[in-house]
Design a protein. Sequence first.
Length: 416
Amino acid sequence: MANLFDEEQGQYLRMNALKYLEKPPEVQREDDPFITNGSLAITYILVGTVEQYKADQGLKFQPSYVHQVFRSTNEIYGYKDLKITIHVTALGLKPFIKISYSEQTEDADDLYESFNKVYEAGFLSSEEQFLQALEEEQKQEPLGDLIEEYGDFRIYKCQMATTNGFVQFKPFLQAFLLVLIDGVQYPGDENEWVYLSLYEKRQFVGLTTVYKFNIGWNKQRHRLSQMLFLPQYQRKGHGSKMLKTVYKLGLEDEKCLQITLEDPSEDFQVMRDITDSKILHEHFKDILPNKIINSIQEIGDMPKDKLFEIMKKTKLHAYQIKRAYSIYQYAFVNKKSSKLMTEFARYLLREHQKPYIRKKNILVRFEDGSSLDPKQMHLLELKEKEDRNINAEESLEEELCLFELIATKLRKDKVI
């Protein structure tokens, strides 16, 4: 394993986190004014009242991923001085699209054709219709059951079969998923999907989706699938509130056996680690390190009986519980000792590999019913083991950087 530590100073060599200043992107290309950066040309404006609209007020933001709407390059062809403004009703997310430009080429992209794909349920075609929609929403409330409330923020729970009006609302919700989540996959129409929408008073703020997998014996596994917040509400603590609400729903559901997450991003993983570490500290403080670790013998897994107890009480996956425990070990390990830090890195490396270790009695079978012979199977396992080692070591340095970030946050919050 590569040496990750400075033997002389005995300190972990942290990755360079400096970001280089770059020239800000331009709305139009210098070499061709008819090629426009779609992310910069489009502005969304959430509007709650007629007065807000007439005063040109509202929550404004620009989409992150228009390559899922237009071209893969994020560019729109054929318009000079292109400006697209999408006013959206703050409660029901109904859109009204305004498009302006000074010149257009004959082979210009068909913008309305692209927006028809985004808004399957259609969009408002006139200012009069938009103003009418705003007036109608003044008499309405967010859809679903109010399940959580903090300050001016409220979380509502919706499901396709049980929430009146949600079938009509879902297409407008999906349009936000498309421009705010890269590689988005729309949730299905099954009633196993749970939608948790966050509102600030009467304005949409964010969404979390959870799928309930039926795993037999009248039991389910809850999987948090997607979570998004409008740009102005990101990194404000709402993700942690949403995650705790997902946990609460799972704990209250007798059918729920386990709560898992689908392929979390790095930012989400950090938020999840902080949240889970605080849960561990709140309910199982007695098993956590609370003094400097100066011995190799103190580095390792938590007792299995405690692990099973925590899994039963929290319904979290064993891997995530052990990860939170490892964060506490990192926080207290003596970082002046390169020997201890190297041993801790080896421990993490072993933990990285465990989810991928294959059971010897598992055979790879093909559609015709055949399988690999023992020699082929052995060669395949050797190749997979080699790939695991390479991937694990490459990600280990980054993992330790994340642990340092999380430990710093926990210290700031006086958890450790």
